[in-house]
Design a protein around this ligand. Structure first.
Ligand code: BJ8
Length: 387
């Protein structure tokens, strides 16, 4: 694995640092905070309401036992830990949130929000699940207007079109910087571990100044391009892995770090926070509400049916990142990703003729040994295929 820089901050360290920032912003300037759980949340509305948004997705075992007092055990760990942290008052971000803005994505999340709504004002947007139809866009547009009203009502503010256009422009800049950084993975050999790359990018969720996020991503991208030119260019590459599937913050060490410790390199992420989602910008030339509806409905999550965009994204990324093997991460009891896995497997192995491994796991460490063994066997298979 490519060594981590001395000043490297893990995701949980970045998350903890963010607690203090948010507390200061709240106490000193009375900033309002909105908790979010999903890439479908049109966060520009929150910025336009002069509030900050923060991800409340649980990424550790903490909270799971509290959650199981109300929720079934056989439920996705992301949902359980998110709810458990809220219920047990163990998440400062939840504590500081003035409201929750959520969506009807998977069944587990949308039913959990009914319980969460008893703890905090929660507005749930009704997400259509067939993104390809005109009716879906119109429905989602009306949900975006409804979310605007809910934010205005709960936060006692008004969202102006000018503020929304400014927020859209800023977020587009952040997305473009994020994609540039992710695209360092296209370099062969890649000068950064996938563990570090994904940690840096996902940790920007706990920087609450858009300009600070931009600067952090742009300067790291520049450093990496220089490192590539000086020390990596022309050298052999390790087997290049693409990760697909569920959000993996809660299993980053168990899976991503392990893949790289065993000699391969994760260079591409076809999941919710990866470039597949971020490269689609909000159109700044049309009605901003319509533009938000269109952009967010285009996200390729398995809660959509059909979810053809995911296969288009896989095809492009496998080609552009020169992928040698695909590993899918499925969180326990995530039915939409688990069922779609069959189509992903067929696509990768039959159409792209690449090795494919699907790992189903949760946030515990009890299966770490088994996961490591399966990754090891998979990588041995890749090693025997000439690149
Ligand atoms: S856009 S991936 S963040 S829904 S893993 S809770 S789907 S049972 S997190 Fe997701 Fe939005 Fe889609 Fe992204 Fe349900 Fe599956 Fe759990 Fe999931």
């Amino acid at each position: 694995m490519i060594p981590l820089p001395e000043n490297f901050e893990t995701y949980s360290e970045a998350r903890k640092k963010g607690f203090l920032k948010i507390m200061d912003m709240k106490r000193q300037v009375g900033k309002k905070v909105v908790g979010v759980f999903c890439s479908y949340t049109p966060v520009e509305l929150i910025s336009a309401a002069n509030a900050i948004y923060v991800s409340l997705c649980g990424s550790g075992e903490e909270g799971i036992s509290s959650a199981e007092k109300h929720l079934p055990g056989n439920l996705c760990p992301l949902i359980k830990s998110s709810y458990g942290l809220a219920l047990s008052d163990a998440c400062p971000y939840f504590y500081f949130s003035d409201m929750i803005l959520a969506e009807t994505t998977c069944d587990g999340k949308k039913k959990m929000y009914e319980l969460m709504g008893r703890l905090k004002p929660t507005h749930v947007m009704q997400l259509p699940h067939n993104a390809d139809s005109e009716a879906a866009e119109d429905l989602w547009l009306s949900e975006i207007y409804r979310a605007k009203e809910a934010l205005e009502h709960t936060l006692h503010t008004a969202i102006t079109e000018e503020a929304l256009r400014t927020a859209i422009h800023q977020k587009n800049l952040e997305r473009a910087a994020m994609v540039r950084l992710y695209e360092i993975g296209k370099l062969k050999p890649c000068p950064i571990s996938g563990y570090e790359l994904s940690t840096i990018i996902e940790s920007t969720a706990f920087m609450f100044s858009g300009n600070q996020k931009l600067a952090a991503m742009e300067s790291r991208a520049e450093e990496l391009i220089n490192e590539y030119e000086q020390s990596y260019k022309g050298k052999p590459s390790r087997p290049r892995i693409l990760i697909t599937g569920c959000p993996f913050d809660g299993v980053r060490d168990k899976v991503i770090k392990k893949i790289e410790a065993l000699g391969a390199q994760v260079v591409a992420f076809e999941n919710c926070s990866g470039p597949r989602t971020q490269q689609s910008l909000v159109d700044e030339t049309i009605n901003p509400y319509r533009a938000l509806a269109r952009r967010y409905l285009g996200i390729n999550c398995s809660v959509m049916t059909p979810n053809t965009g995911r296969f288009e994204a896989l095809e492009t990324m496998i080609r552009d990142y020169q992928i040698d093997g695909v590993i899918e991460i499925i969180l326990h009891c995530c039915h939409t990703y688990a069922i779609e896995s069959q189509l992903v497997k067929e696509f990768v192995t039959e159409q792209r003729r690449l090795p494919f491994l699907s790992l189903t796991t949760d946030y515990s460490t009890s299966d770490s040994g088994q996961i490591a063994t399966r990754i090891g066997a998979f990588l041995e298979m890749i090693d025997t295929i000439p690149r």
